[in-house]
Design a protein around this ligand. Sequence first.
Ligand code: AP5
Length: 211
Amino acid sequence: MRYILLLGPPGCGKGTQVELLKKEGFKVLITGDILRNEIEKNSLLGERIKRIVNKGELVPDDLIVELMETIIKEDTSSDKDIIIDGYPRTVGQVEGFLKNHSDEKIIAVYLKVDKDILKKRLTGRRVCPVCKRVYHIEYNPPKNDMKCDVCNEPLIIRKDDEPEVIENRLSVYDKQTQPIVELFENKGLLRVIDAQRTISEIFTDIKEILM
Ligand code: AP5
């Protein structure tokens, strides 16, 4: 059993790829969705997370490490690889993760995309509020009139896809997440994918890594 960590800036296509992997039967954990589900519960914790996420900041390391490691533990009942989108995302989270899992079980996959492309992807993103499927008004539009292909629900814009929040998320990424790419590279655990190509080309590369 291995941990495949999908790394990369907001909008690089982690969620899109994870959705395709899930459809093919891979086991996936999507940190952003786990946090958004907590927000939807309207719990005290959800309220706290909501304030952070809507500003484009990161949820504190101790909270994320505890939450994610609990979920990962529940999920290691089988020998299947686990693909994780969005955790770990800071040096502190990597330290927390490495305390619990050994290097030889880890592959970090970095989806590399230039900043100007990221902004176009994020401003044009639309999501289904029910099944969370991700679309893009230009690059990956729904079949019918901005409604989800699966649920037929009108698509929405994520709160953190407002232009000023996008700017902050990209800058938080540069400061707090990009350093972990180097960290995994120095450990010899990093695979880099050119994620400026089509969704299916990237998917083929990821599946090759998973073979
Ligand atoms: P999260 O939901 O993980 O957001 P993110 O990392 O900012 O990533 P995104 O979901 O924005 O982008 P993506 O890479 O999944 O791209 P997508 O596939 O949608 O986290 C949200 C927030 O939660 C964080 O800001 C933070 O507050 C908190 N959080 C999460 N994890 C945390 C952690 N570990 N620690 C602390 N806080 C945490 O694609 C984007 C668009 O591009 C879509 O419209 C898609 O259709 C399109 N697209 C995708 N691929 C292509 C392609 N190849 N060509 C053209 N268009 C494409």
